[in-house]
Design a protein around this ligand. Structure first.
Ligand SMILES: [Zn+2]
Length: 317
């Protein structure tokens, strides 16, 4: 097969990895919630319109938008996921890099201020000045978050596979990490924003991140909250319309609710920081920073009920 692919890569359909057991708890008690070929019906309509016809649809003929749910832990995921050339094409061609850079080049004042606030919250949480903080943003993309952290004085690193994106943020004071498994630094704060929903095997990466965390360090996982999407798909069955949500076809392959983020983190040796610890840092940020009440409520809700949670290592709990 490999030889065939080499001779005529254009003619070959993209390959899919199939995973029917629960990726979170490994249970075999799972069932299908939705299953439609990528090349047919509402799924094909979403994929071709969302990616503005950049996807050669005929090459997706071997895969289905196949959503499964674990009847033991309630986790949902896409059971057929692009691999090899298909996954490369998705992230380097279909999600258009220039378009995504344009969005990132000018994130707007509100967005940048929000990110500065997040860095400030970590400072208050760690009782450290920005300049005393060593941070890494995992799967940083164009590096907006660590660029803000670096501008505030932090020793900021960005972990990113794509060389074009790394080249951009290294010119703005952020140190690049190409491969976290070769990284030997130790961080006070590791941030991962909208990364873990894209991964088929998140646990080995999360365990490696925990190794790079100082004993008193904190790690934030932020992923889309799949609660509403899952409710909709359960209610509507095959009437469901695939959309840009927590089960975005091809991209958001794992669909988390609060308890699933907690369960994944526990397997890597992490426990959530206490609500009181978060609340104290929030109050400090309110008094001295530009944090506001709606941000406080949003962050506390996310910590207790949703899928944006700050963790620490179990041994220090
Ligand atoms: Zn499960």
């Amino acid at each position: 097969m490999a030889a065939l692919a080499k001779q005529n890569p254009q003619a070959k359909n993209y390959q899919f990895k199939v995973c029917t057991d629960c990726p979170l708890c490994q249970s075999t008690h799972t069932e299908t919630l939705y299953n439609e070929p990528f090349t047919k019906g509402k799924t094909a309509g979403f994929v071709s319109s969302y990616y503005q016809s950049r996807v050669p649809m005929e090459k997706l003929a071997d895969g289905n938008y196949h959503v499964r749910e674990c009847t033991d832990c309630g986790f949902a995921w896409q059971a057929e996921v692009l691999e090899g050339a298909g996954i490369n094409a998705l992230y380097s061609e279909w999600i258009e890099p220039q378009e995504s850079l344009r969005k990132r080049e000018n994130p707007g004042t509100t967005f940048s201020a929000k990110q500065a606030n997040e860095v400030a919250l970590f400072c208050f949480l760690k009782h450290k000045q920005p300049a005393e903080l060593k941070v890494m943003d995992f799967g940083t993309g164009w590096g907006n978050w660590p660029i803000i952290a670096a501008a505030m004085g932090a020793d900021a690193y960005g972990a990113e596979l794509d060389s074009q994106r790394r080249a951009r943020f290294t010119t703005k004071g952020v140190k690049p990490v190409e491969d976290i498994f070769n990284c030997t630094e130790q961080f006070d704060v590791i941030n991962s924003d909208q990364v873990f929903e894209h991964l088929t095997e998140p646990l080995p990466l999360l365990k490696q991140l925990v190794k790079l965390l100082k004993d008193d360090g904190v790690l934030r996982i932020s992923v889309p909250d799949g609660t509403k999407t899952l409710k909709k798909i359960r209610q509507q069955g095959m009437q469901y319309q695939p959309a840009k949500n927590a089960l975005h076809p091809l991209e958001h392959v794992l669909c988390y609710q609060h308890q699933h983020v907690i369960a994944l983190a526990a397997q890597a040796g992490l426990v959530p920081i206490s609500p009181m610890q978060l609340f104290k840092a929030q109050l400090e940020n309110l008094r001295h920073g530009s944090y506001n009440i709606s941000m406080l409520v949003r962050d506390m809700w996310a910590q207790l009920r949703s899928t944006r949670i700050i963790f620490q290592k179990k041994s220090t709990a």
